[in-house]
Design a protein around this ligand. Structure first.
Ligand code: ADP
Ligand code: MG
Length: 693
């Protein structure tokens, strides 16, 4: 229930004066549908208008002067601007107007009248002194007060200039009520933070550039409000999930047998993660656990053992992977190990039609198969489980929240194990996965060798190919990645195809090609030939990014590496260095390399620790969308900046935990105020958490 005090803020933006059919949609796209959203759209910059004289104008500065109109100079031919010459007691200045409102200007500002003009002054390149192109203000002296000395600048879009947003924001501010303090009094006092209303007002009416600083008291307070609201919502969600009674899965004789039968001992980290999972499964509460581990850390075998535990208790499991290739690969490694314990697994992907599909569905429906491995096909209509108790989501960031929920819906209270190979710095982990328990595989299986990584300009392509040639003669295999950028899928595809042709000229049919447009059967057959060693070079778009395991591949060439993000490059590189042989990675780039790109490539050369790379990635990208995580459920904060306010994230998480432990029903005075905070941000524990959903 939304408290009444917030009603004005939750009114539609159309209730703001001047927001009509034209501006409304633009404002909605920029801010959101409600008055509150306009309030949460903070200015990013500040214009400080200095009062000046013509003689003391500063090039590039925004300045205000009192002047007299001298004369109008209409354009000599079309395309040229209309100019007005003005002066004060120290000199002359030109006001320049493009487009044809000259006659109108001449009428409103006849020679001899006094005007106040304000705008950005620039030195004319032709040496004609200063000019102001399209002054922000040109008004009679009586209206000088209309020109603010300080002007917040909003992120404008075509058709919706900053000045208009400022007006809407001011009106929204007028509707902002005083709200009870939801933060801890002592903490607020110690931090020197203003009240919510003061803080939001200060953000929209900065008294100086210092108020735009993310570390200013007002901005930090607003950020903390948002982070706390988010952590509370995550905490509540976690609490609700835990309350669900789920199947108790506690026997693990076969798990021990299967573990003993593995060709390798589990790493300490794998063992720890497995114990955490088994204890969740035995607890009677529903598990919602994330298994985080760098590429190659060995997540699959942990999932395998968890599924076996469920099978031993007579329950079914489903392992869902984002691609056909990966589902098949999981099936090929997992099914034999399960079969050795007498458990049948079936593979179910979009490719299975007709009789093959019917047979698999029947096996799942009557419980003859206890494990299903597949893609999105697993949660489609027509798929029923006799008793689904565990869902494992591999590469979870590739799935939407609704995909996960649809799979869960195939059973009662289904335990969930999500797996992610996107290493996330610990602090940010709280914002992305605050509603999950996390197990980390922070140790790689033994015997892995660092991948020797170097960057080379495209000009050295011949050299790279020559080296590749000699490595192939020694029996090596290579991935060759061509970037796929959404803007022009066809062009990118053409690039991959032509690289494939070129390499095939030299290496013949030992070069294969996979990309997203291939049919699943073709894709599988190329992959199979690569795994079997018949294909020596696999040219691929980023489809191989996801989890594919080919231990015999030791060379990774990435073309236009400068176009990839750090996390993605790390993932790609992780495809090699999985076997005992020394591996290498060549980052090919189109020079010149931008400063940022060159730093990214440098980080990769220096380290292969996923968590460190994630940390550096965050720093290099700055705020905005750190790690490109928007798609992985990362909340798009509006007031908090995950980088600048990093220190506040863990404080908010602790605060939320304490609140939920001490005042679970929000019945204390602070609890009551926190309900208003929660309503203000509208992050509900029962819906998708995050602005983008
Ligand atoms: P990821 O975490 O990226 O999903 P995988 O589960 O695909 O990693 O494992 C990568 C490779 O490491 C596989 O070939 C797997 O058999 C192997 N592996 C997993 N655990 C161990 C271990 N404890 N010791 C040695 N090799 C292991
Ligand atoms: Mg994997």
């Amino acid at each position: 229930m939304r408290p009444e005090s917030l009603f004005p803020l939750f009114a539609p933006i159309a209730t703001l004066k001047g927001v009509g059919a034209r501006v409304g949609p633009l404002l909605e796209r920029l801010a959101g549908p409600r008055v509150r959203d306009v309030l949460f759209l903070l200015p990013q910059d500040l214009i400080v208008r200095r009062v000046s004289k013509v003689a003391s104008l500063v090039d590039g500065g925004v300045q205000t002067l009192g002047v007299t109109i001298d004369f109008h100079q209409p354009p000599a031919r079309s395309g040229l601007p209309w100019r007005i010459r003005v002066f004060d007691d120290t000199g002359f200045l030109a006001l320049t107007f493009f487009k044809g409102y000259g006659a109108h200007l001449a009428e409103r500002h006849p020679p001899g009248v006094r005007r106040i003009v304000s705008g950005k002054a620039e030195l004319d390149r032709l040496g004609n002194g200063f000019q102001i192109v399209h002054p922000d203000y040109l008004v009679a002296e009586a209206r000088a007060a209309d020109i603010p000395a300080l002007e917040a600048v909003y992120p404008a879009v075509a058709g919706l200039p900053s000045r208009m947003i400022r007006r809407f924001a001011a009106e929204a501010m007028g509707r902002a009520p005083e709200l009870p303090e939801w933060q801890d009094g002592a903490w607020i006092a110690k931090a020197g933070w203003p009240s919510w209303r003061e803080a939001i007002s200060r953000a929209h009416r900065p008294a100086g550039v210092q108020d735009l600083d993310p570390q200013s008291p007002a901005r930090r307070r607003l950020a903390y409000d948002e982070l706390l609201a988010h952590q509370l919502a995550l905490g509540e969600r976690k609490r609700t999930q835990k309350r669900l009674v789920a199947p108790v899965i506690s026997k693990s004789v076969r798990v021990q047998d299967a573990k003993a039968a593995l060709p390798f001992p589990l790493t300490g980290a794998q063992q720890r993660a497995l114990s955490e999972i088994l204890s969740d499964l035995a607890s009677g509460e529903r598990m919602t656990r994330l298994l985080q581990g760098d590429v190659g850390a060995g997540k699959t075998v942990v999932a395998l053992l968890a599924m076996l535990a469920a099978a031993e208790a007579g329950w079914q499991s489903a392992l869902m992977a984002p691609t056909e290739i990966l589902a098949r690969q999981h099936f090929d490694t997992v099914a034999p190990a399960l079969a050795a314990q007498g458990v049948r697994a079936v593979l179910l992907t979009g490719r299975h039609k007709g009789a093959a599909r019917a047979e698999r569905l029947a096996a799942l429906a009557d419980g003859e198969a206890l494990v299903a491995i597949g893609t999105h096909a697993l949660f489609q209509e027509g798929v029923t489980f006799k008793g689904l108790a565990l869902s494992v989501i591999d590469e979870q960031h590739r799935f939407g929240v609704s995909d996960r929920l649809k799979l869960q819906a195939k059973g009662g209270a289904v335990h969930m194990l999500a797996m992610s190979a996107t290493p996330i710095p610990r602090t940010l982990e709280l914002t992305v996965f605050g509603d999950l328990d996390v197990s980390r595989l922070d140790e790689k299986p033994p015997g892995r060798q660092a991948v020797a990584t170097r960057a080379a300009p495209m000009g050295r392509l011949d050299e790279v190919i020559a080296r590749l040639d000699s490595a192939l003669r020694d029996g090596a295999q290579a991935f060759w990645i061509c970037p796929l950028v959404a803007e022009s899928e066809t062009a990118d595809l053409a690039a991959a195809e032509s690289r494939h042709r070129e390499l095939a000229l030299r290496f013949g049919d030992r070069v294969g090609l996979v990309h997203g447009q291939l049919g699943p059967a073709e894709k599988d057959s190329v992959m199979a030939r690569f795994v079997a060693g018949e294909v020596a070079i696999l040219v691929a778009t980023t489809v191989v990014e996801v989890g594919v395991d080919v231990p015999s591949a030791t060379i990774m060439v990435i073309e236009q590496a400068e176009r990839f993000g750090l996390a993605q490059l790390h993932q790609l590189r992780g495809r090699v260095g999985r076997g005992a042989r020394a591996s290498s990675c060549v980052l090919l780039y189109d020079p010149p390399l931008s400063e940022a790109a060159s730093r990214r490539l440098d980080v990769l050369r220096r380290t292969d620790d996923g968590f460190e790379i994630a940390e550096r990635d965050l720093e290099l990208r700055g705020g905005g969308d750190p790690l490109g995580l928007a798609q992985s459920g990362f909340p798009a904060y509006r007031l908090a900046d995950p980088l600048a306010h990093r220190d506040l994230i863990s404080v908010a998480a602790d605060d939320a935990r304490l609140i939920l432990a001490r005042d679970p029903e929000f019945s204390s005075p602070r609890g009551q105020a926190l309900l208003i905070l929660r309503a203000l941000f509208d992050w509900r524990p029962d819906g998708p958490i995050g602005w983008s959903g």
